[in-house]
Write a new protein. Structure first.
Length: 176
């Protein structure tokens, strides 16, 4: 997959040298997994839809960088879950999909990014993996019944994410 994405990027960059527009670029690489700029735009469009905005609502540079970091963490957690053979509840995926189907602009989103229902299901599944892994981490970190302020829980999760980032080889590229 990495080689295909890299070849596509190089092909498109060579087209850019000839005066054409760059269509795709690599935004980051986590181990051997490539995150493309179009994935950042896709995630941003989905965030816009989730917040009741048209998917074309512009994304600030800071938001694009935050989305990239989210995609990096999501990739790391997906790799970790795969290593541990952590199952995702298919019923939860189906319920989350039903929630998305009620959102305005979703069909426009799927059409614009040429996503099949199966591809969109995989996006939802990866989002649920993050939630599952984070919940599991918090259960290990804080004993059952140990109610901590949300600030403390968020700080613990962010420290965990920082540790996970150090365990993986991450290369960030300049965003357009």
């Amino acid at each position: 997959m990495y080689r295909t994405a890299l070849a596509l990027t190089l092909l498109l960059l060579s087209g850019a040298a000839a005066g054409q527009t760059i269509i795709e670029s690599v935004a980051a690489k986590v181990n051997q997994t490539v995150i493309t700029y179009s994935e950042i735009l896709q995630e941003g469009a989905l965030l816009n839809i989730e917040n009741g905005l048209p998917m074309q609502t512009p994304l600030s540079k800071e938001l694009r960088e935050k989305i990239l970091d989210t995609l990096i963490v999501r990739t790391i957690l997906s790799l970790e879950a795969r290593e541990r053979s952590l199952p995702v509840n298919e019923q939860a995926v189906t319920e989350m999909l039903a929630t998305y189907e009620k959102l305005p602009f979703l069909s426009e989103f799927l059409t614009a990014f040429e996503l099949t229902p199966l591809e969109f299901r995989m996006i939802v599944k990866k989002r649920l993996v993050v939630r599952l892994m984070t919940d599991e981490f918090l259960k290990r970190k804080f004993k059952t019944g140990d109610v901590r302020p949300e600030e403390e829980r968020n700080k613990a999760v962010e420290e965990w994410f920082t540790t996970l980032r150090k365990k993986h080889r991450i290369i960030n590229y300049t965003l357009p």
